[in-house]
Design a protein around this ligand. Sequence first.
Ligand SMILES: Nc1ncnc2c1ncn2[C@@H]1O[C@H](COP(=O)(O)OP(=O)(O)O)[C@@H](O)[C@H]1O
Ligand SMILES: [Mg+2]
Length: 373
Amino acid sequence: MTRERPGAVRLGLLMQRCGDPDRPFGGLTPFARRVIGLARSEGVSALGIDPADVDLATGRVRGLLLKDGRWTPAAGPLPDVVWNRYFRRDRDDLLHEFARRGIPLLNESGLNKWEAYQLLLDDPMLREHLPETRLMRTGADINDLTSQYRYVFLKPVAGAVGRGIIRASLQPTGLTRLEYISADTGQLRAVEGSRPQLDRWAQEREGSYVVQQGLDLAVFYGRSADVRALLQKDGEGRWQMTGMGARVAAADRFTANLHTGGNGVPLGLLAGAIFPDDTEQREVLELELQSLAVRTAEVVDAAMGPMGELGLDFGIDSQGRIWYIEQNAQPGRTLFEHLGREDLAELAHRRPVQYARYLAQAKSARAAGHQET
Ligand SMILES: Nc1ncnc2c1ncn2[C@@H]1O[C@H](COP(=O)(O)OP(=O)(O)O)[C@@H](O)[C@H]1O
Ligand SMILES: [Mg+2]
């Protein structure tokens, strides 16, 4: 059993543990390896912990750190800051308990798609960039939108990585066509249903989808594309744009997520496809994306409490108009690998560590202040 370095800020990386000793945190193992490695150079001692490793009664945690490149058990007091990369929602009790004990959390599990939409609708600057969106209560919510827009997107309220998204459209026959990716075959499938069938379908899933105006997204070599921005707080607690890139959907896909076969390309290439003859317009587009992204992060942050990072999806339509698609409080960073931007990948792992150190130091400065008075 290893002891942590005394005096260093302690960062707990909360992740789901699995049985494989070489990949103890499953798909997040490379992420954990990287963060724990670079944390040292930031004077932060990072430990990978599963919720089951936390003993609130004794205020101790057991976890894993890297010693000579090998995963090694370690124990210590509760971390100063927790970085939440635990994607299940079955241990929100633990997250609340950290908060109650004054242990900052990066991040809370985040807002769902409907909560985020309602929040952003209150902001005069952001409102103009929101596609029409409703919480699906009845088939009429789908029907109202399919009669106005060529395509309508049905998205699981708490969904992510492109999973479960359906594209609906009203056919000349009066039937509604629903397109989706089959969970069994991974192939694009379509069904058509009458109005009573649609009503029944919606009723069985009431409240679990948002219904959204389909955007006429800009295309890149015939495939629809969108934009992902990673916003992170820096070592002084200020929001920064770590990086942006475009994602191009795979053939036969209407989602550009990297998980659904999308491919990352530099934003400049997409901007160039939208404004082939106008470099000034391209620059304006990038600046506008940048300021919208920072504004969105500020609004979400103000509502949620201390967040370290936020992934934002934007659509750009064929006229170059920017639309907000969604926000993600537990964003991935593989886009930068697609872009070949190792520098941005590095920064994307380092910034939350610097922000965690800032939070821990601010907290101990406050505690010291209390003692003096
Ligand atoms: N309203 C829309 N119009 C056109 N494309 C959309 C729309 N909403 C989502 N998409 C496409 O589907 C992808 C996934 O949608 P998103 O809302 O980000 O859900 P997820 O949480 O599953 O990533 C987007 O990145 C975009 O490519
Ligand atoms: Mg998304």
